[in-house]
Design a protein around this ligand. Structure first.
Ligand code: PMT
Length: 415
């Protein structure tokens, strides 16, 4: 679970649209991440979903009456003021055209709008409405005005709408709203202004249109790193081969297939990269040629000739030179089955890395595809740390804390 939400107070405003039912899933996701969620419903939202549903999910009373008093820490306080003061984040999902208008005009005639007017922190809106309503100049003007005040938006997406039509106006999925909420909360964190490029997943080297040389990487480790960096305020680019897990929201994604494509993407991004982390399992070899049609079964053996792929981190290491000025920090992974320490130290040196994370990929609870990892960290200073078995999220958070500490020690200004 992302620690960014742990103990945070989130206001979830729900206005009256059919997507209100999806906000129940959002409330659940936020609550499971240990946030304290206070739901504020408009009168029309309560026609779509009963307040008791949110109450059961969040274990908190649902607020909708402007004149209701509110107990907080034993004191009787005015509801909207207390809610607004205590909140770390205000999400409105769904945000209907009417609610957007009221927020943009500073109206304060119900519990949602009056609390929004009393609130000063980060706000995230997830609009949901028919396409024509979304595209109407009035709505667009309200959106522009709210953006100008620093309000964040997620969606709306294209898709099937309540009317049965297809178009722009569908509320973003709860998981996406959740991910963007983490990003918004992470703003101003220790990696604010730092651009972190992370590689993830296993590259696929085509043999023919239906077959490839690949490996067992799912991308879990790289995706966890992307989330951890995002939640510390970094501007994250995830360069990923096919993933077996949901990609993280709130990060820029560059999708590739082969080692060559990953190499080119990283090289393109390099001038603007402050920190590079290589968590991808990049193929070291690819077929010398790839057939354009499916290879047919034939009697006897088939031999596929392989050639070397470019080594991304080694190329970056060479460009960095002995002073290793740019990117400021390069972190590699070593996936080893034997001679663990020796191989990891050789890669740290040869690829000119600042830090290498060794994982034993023969252990059943570590390395490829599993949710946990047991790693050893080697730094150029000679420092070595054996970390206990942790979830990949925890490993990622610990690596990013190390990145923060290392950048802090460098005489280097954020962009
Ligand atoms: O994706 P998961 O299922 O969660 O699994 C996670 C993982 C096991 C893939 C991950 O933790 C990991 O160890 N990634 C690196 C795998 C790897 O390719 O290791 P390597 O020892 O072959 O390469 C050393 C380093 O050089 C790596 O940082 C790798 O990204 C990089 N490399 C390798 C080859 C190449 N051509 N270019 C590279 O940049």
């Amino acid at each position: 679970m992302p620690p960014i939400l742990n103990g945070k107070r989130v206001l979830l405003g729900v206005s009256g649209g059919i997507a209100a039912y999806k906000s129940v899933a959002l409330a659940s996701r936020l609550t499971q991440a240990n946030a304290q969620v206070d739901v504020i419903m408009t009168a029309s939202a309560m026609k779509f979903v009963a307040p008791v549903t949110f109450q059961a999910i969040t274990q908190r009373p649902v607020v909708h009456d402007i004149f209701e008093s509110w107990h907080d820490a034993g004191r009787l306080r005015i509801g909207h003021v207390a809610l607004a003061q205590a909140a770390d984040l205000f999400i409105v999902a769904p945000a209907t055209a009417h609610t957007l208008a009221r927020l943009a005009l500073g109206m304060a005639d119900d519990m949602l709008s009056i609390t929004a007017l009393s609130y000063k922190g980060p706000m995230l809106l997830a609009p949901a409405m028919e396409t024509r309503m979304w595209q109407h100049p009035a709505t667009q003007e309200h959106v522009a005005r709210l953006r100008g005040w620093g309000v964040d938006f997620v969606g709306p997406a294209q898709g099937r709408l309540a009317s049965g039509e297809y178009g722009e106006g569908r509320m973003a999925e709860p998981e996406e709203i959740f991910e963007v909420a983490c990003k918004v909360l992470g703003r101003g964190g220790p990696l604010e202004g730092v651009r972190v490029v992370i590689t993830a997943g296993g590259t696929r080297e085509p043999i023919d249109p239906v077959r490839f040389v690949g490996n067992h990487s799912t991308g879990k480790m790289g995706v966890a790193l992307a989330r951890a960096a995002r939640d510390l305020g970094a501007e994250v680019v995830l360069v990923h081969a096919p993933l077996a897990v949901h990609p993280p929201g709130g990060v820029e994604r560059v999708s590739v297939q082969t080692a060559q494509e990953m190499f080119e993407a990283v090289m393109r991004l390099l001038p603007e990269t402050d920190v590079l982390i290589g968590a991808a399992a990049v193929a070291d070899y690819r077929p010398v040629s790839s057939e354009t049609t499916k290879i047919k079964k034939m009697p006897g053996q088939q031999i596929i000739r392989l050639e070397r792929t470019p080594d991304i981190l080694a190329a970056v290491g060479e460009m960095r030179g002995p002073e290793r000025r740019h990117p400021r920090l390069v972190v590699g992974f070593a996936a080893e089955t034997d001679n663990w320490e020796q191989n990891a130290l050789e890669k740290l040196e040869r690829k000119n890395l600042d830090l290498i994370v060794l994982n034993d990929v023969t252990a059943p609870d570590s390395g490829f595809a599993v949710d946990t990892n047991r790693v050893t960290l080697f730094e150029r200073s000679g420092n070595r740390e054996d970390w206990p078995l942790m979830t990949k999220e925890e490993v990622a958070q610990a690596i990013m804390q190390r990145v923060v500490a290392r950048l802090g020690r460098l005489d280097w200004k954020k962009r």
